[in-house]
Design a protein around this ligand. Structure first.
Ligand code: GDP
Ligand code: IMO
Ligand code: MG
Length: 420
């Protein structure tokens, strides 16, 4: 069984929580794109795990894989492995030989470019875009280079001078490219990771043939996709479900289920348009109650009402077969709860977002109001016992998205979840 799970908005929908919840039933959990720009939170009891690279299936002991479409900062991965192993967990992890390595110069270039931009993207400055540039231009350092000092040296010989020039041209310090200390640090991690190098495509296809269950964990969200998102305010990878097949080397005929993670309102961190953004006390309240501060950068997330126009688009971009609706508890106490059902643009009402980001930025939301509720719902033991207004909000979102909402999350903890 092959399940793909992706974020349907601008990231931070609660993918980590839902992957952890589902992981119990899976043999393998695999990351297929993005890097440590992702921050996936898993909360169990009084422990909070903020995972940037480790697949969120870690607590159930699943085989954890990092696919070749990921851009990997070895220092971040290694510190996560150390932190988890120091708790007594043994991690069964494999990283594909072809996974791109984020080098210190990618991080430097990301920072320099962001600083120089007149109109900022607000990247996480983790070197994501520059690592993907090197993948596409075939100048990347791969996992198989990291674990072999001769290969790494040869690679840096080959690509180093152009990177040094690029950094120098942008006013940075080019010594970061071949800094012996940094290289030594990377090689040290490479040495420790040697026996974790894997062939992810082979492993997953074999597992599926043997009837095992594989869960592909997306990072970011549909509208941060480098093609289908709100260009240029996007990340540098393909974030929708099809990307799991392409990046993992698993044919689309193998996919059984595509789970969309949908927040009951919407957030965005970094720059870029968001039609339902609330710059008032309601937005502030969502941020406070929802603890909407970036897992990776700590930046406050911009908050707004649920956007059904984007939700519908993300359903077709991903082909969702079911949806997990998260953070419903955060809406408690608001009345009315507003839902954006269309956009107004130049006197016309649209039920789909315009392709152009400039036009998208000019769209204003058309709202319908749903009845709010005041009861705290974080302790709900079943879907049935949720207040009537909550259930009618869920029904309405389902009607607008035309996909079954099967999981409803009413709090950050694993047990604060009801099946529908
Ligand atoms: P991800 O990037 O999609 O994995 O999401 P993040 O972990 O970055 O952000 C989601 C935040 O919401 C985390 O702090 C979660 O612990 C929290 N969270 C997830 N589901 C719920 C929920 O249903 N209610 C509340 N209040 N918090 C939730
Ligand atoms: P998870 O997996 C929210 C945003 C950044 C920035 C843009 C580009 O936790 O949902 P990048 O560093 O990727 O080049 O930044 O994308 N961004 C995210 N926003 N959640 C994420 O991941 C994100 N990963 C990147 O804020 O606007
Ligand atoms: Mg996140």
């Amino acid at each position: 069984m092959f399940t793909i799970l992706t974020g349907s908005q601008f990231g931070d929908e609660g993918k980590g929580k839902i992957v952890d919840l589902l992981a119990e039933g899976y043999d393998i959990v695999v990351r297929f794109q993005g890097g440590d720009n992702a921050g996936h939170t898993v909360i169990v009891g009084d422990r909070t795990y903020k995972l940037h690279l480790t697949p969120s299936g870690v607590l159930f002991g699943a085989r954890l894989l990092i696919g070749p479409g990921v851009v990997l900062n070895p220092k971040v991965l290694w510190s996560e492995i150390m932190a988890l192993e120091s708790e007594g967990r043994t991690l069964d992890m494999g990283v594909d030989a072809k996974t791109s390595i984020i080098m210190p110069y990618h991080i430097e270039l990301d920072g320099l470019r962001e600083k120089a931009r007149k109109e900022k993207i607000g990247t996480t400055r983790r070197g994501i875009g520059y690592a993907y540039i090197d993948k596409i231009s075939r100048d990347e350092v791969q996992m198989q280079d990291l674990v072999d000092p001769d290969r790494l040296e040869a690679k840096l010989e080959e690509v180093g001078p152009a990177r040094e020039k690029a950094i120098e041209d942008m006013g940075g310090d080019p010594s970061v490219v071949r800094d012996p200390e940094l290289i030594e640090e990377y090689l040290e991690i490479g040495k420790k990771m040697r026996d974790r190098v894997a062939d992810v495509s082979y492993e997953i296809n074999l597992a599926l043939d043997q009837g095992k269950k594989v869960l592909a964990e997306g990072a970011q969200g549909a509208f941060l996709d480098v093609i289908h998102g709100t260009q240029k305010f996007v990340t540098s990878s393909f974030t929708t479900a099809g990307s799991a097949c392409a990046n993992l080397g698993v044919g689309p005929t193998k996919v059984d289920d595509v789970v969309g993670i949908v927040k009951a309102y919407i957030t965005r961190v970094g720059e870029g348009p968001m039609p339902t953004e609330l710059k008032d006390e309601v937005g502030e309240r969502l941020r406070e109650k929802g603890r909407e501060f970036g897992t990776t950068t700590g930046r406050p997330r911009r908050c707004g009402w649920f956007d059904a126009v984007l939700a519908r688009k993300s359903v077709y971009l991903n082909g969702y077969t079911e949806v997990a609706l998260t953070k419903l508890d955060v809406l408690t106490g608001l009345d009315p709860v507003r839902i954006c059902t269309g956009y107004e643009l130049d006197g016309q009402v649209l039920d789909y977002p315009p392709e152009s980001t400039d036009l998208f930025a000019r769209c204003t939301p058309v709202y319908e109001d749903a009845e709010g509720w005041t009861e705290e719902i974080t302790d709900a033991g079943s879907y049935q016992e949720l207040p009537r207004a909550v259930k009618s909000y869920v029904d309405r979102l389902e009607e607008l998205q035309k996909v079954k909402i099967t999981i409803v999350s009413v709090g950050p903890g694993r047990e604060q979840t009801v099946r529908r």
